[in-house]
Design a binder for this molecule. Structure first.
Ligand code: ATP
Length: 276
């Protein structure tokens, strides 16, 4: 299969609420601010990413469902790509000119049947994105939190996999299950690589992490190895407000909260096409 120069990043997690959409969203916004054209792909029928980005699916425009279930001749990819609208924040305009999305809605669930019958679901999304891949610096895919065919085709689209996991017992369990998924399919995906684990919603009291946060992050480190542990995202209403207002913590005057996202962006940069 032909490799594109564009890097495709996939956030993975086999439980709800682990931070997949948040990491996908904030990483894309961060890279967009650096001038890198970003294509988001919302591969979750819950369509959190589509709503977080403020994209409204229009009745007669294709979504990821048509992209996955039809051909380029029938649904040219370009018709399924929506620009992410700019946002008014107080008296400022937050510019989203570098951000694009292939949206989803709950109808995407039906793609699972088509993928299941294809016998090659692992490669369908990757192949489908190929024609436009080089128009973007990065593609970021947000899959559903389950072992569905949509999750498999998302995994197969990725050059880099990021696993966000809540900094608690549920997050550790989600990490273990997600690593099993990666291990099962990695032999068929030699181009894919685990970039790391991002502990999500880490809780601190004063200058110390809580016991639960500390023990879960250390358990994650034992499971994946310290090399793959990335800085954690703090539990913070600023993130929730940023998501609700369709901006990033930096736009709300809290760039420090985006440190884990900046580390991800720095790790990705050497893998991006030369011009970025
Ligand atoms: P699902 O797969 O169920 O869609 P997910 O893994 O994509 O979940 P998110 O939607 O990213 O998880 O996050 C879960 C919730 O956590 C969201 O409601 C979001 O608003 C909230 N959240 C995001 N960042 C933070 C943060 N730093 N502190 C507290 N809450 C946060």
């Amino acid at each position: 299969m032909q490799q594109s120069h564009t890097t495709t990043v996939v956030t993975l997690g086999l439980a709800g609420g682990q931070g997949k959409s948040t990491v996908a969203l904030m990483l894309g916004r961060y890279l967009g601010r650096l001038g890198i054209p970003v294509l988001f792909v919302d591969a979750d029928p819950q369509s959190s990413l589509t709503s977080f980005l403020g994209v409204k699916v229009q009745p007669n425009t294709p979504t990821l469902l048509e992209v996955i279930t039809t051909t380029e001749e029938k649904t040219p990819l370009i018709n399924a790509i929506a620009p992410v609208p700019d946002v008014q924040l107080d008296n400022r305009t937050i510019n989203n000119t570098n951000l694009f999305l292939i949206p989803s809605d709950d109808g995407l669930e039906n793609a699972n049947y088509k993928l299941a019958s294809s016998g090659i679901s692992l490669f369908i999304l990757r192949n489908r994105l190929q024609p436009i891949a080089n128009n973007f610096g990065v593609i970021i895919v947000d899959p559903p939190p389950e072992r569905s065919h949509l999750a498999q085709t998302s995994l197969g689209a990725g050059d880099k996999w990021i696993i966000p996991a809540e900094a608690n017992v549920k997050g550790v369990q989600s990490l273990v299950r997600t690593l099993e998924l990666v291990k099962e399919f990695q032999p068929a995906l030699p181009y894919g690589e685990l970039m790391g684990v991002v502990p999500f919603r880490a809780k601190w009291t004063g200058v110390n992490p809580t016991k639960a946060t500390k023990s879960s992050i250390s358990a994650m480190g034992e499971i994946v190895g310290l090399d793959l542990m990335l800085p954690h995202i703090l539990e913070s209403d600023v993130y929730k407000n940023a998501i609700n207002q369709r901006v990033s913590p930096t736009d709300l005057g809290q760039p420090g909260l985006e440190y884990p996202i900046s580390v991800l962006a720095q790790k990705l940069k050497p893998t991006l096409p030369e011009q970025y």
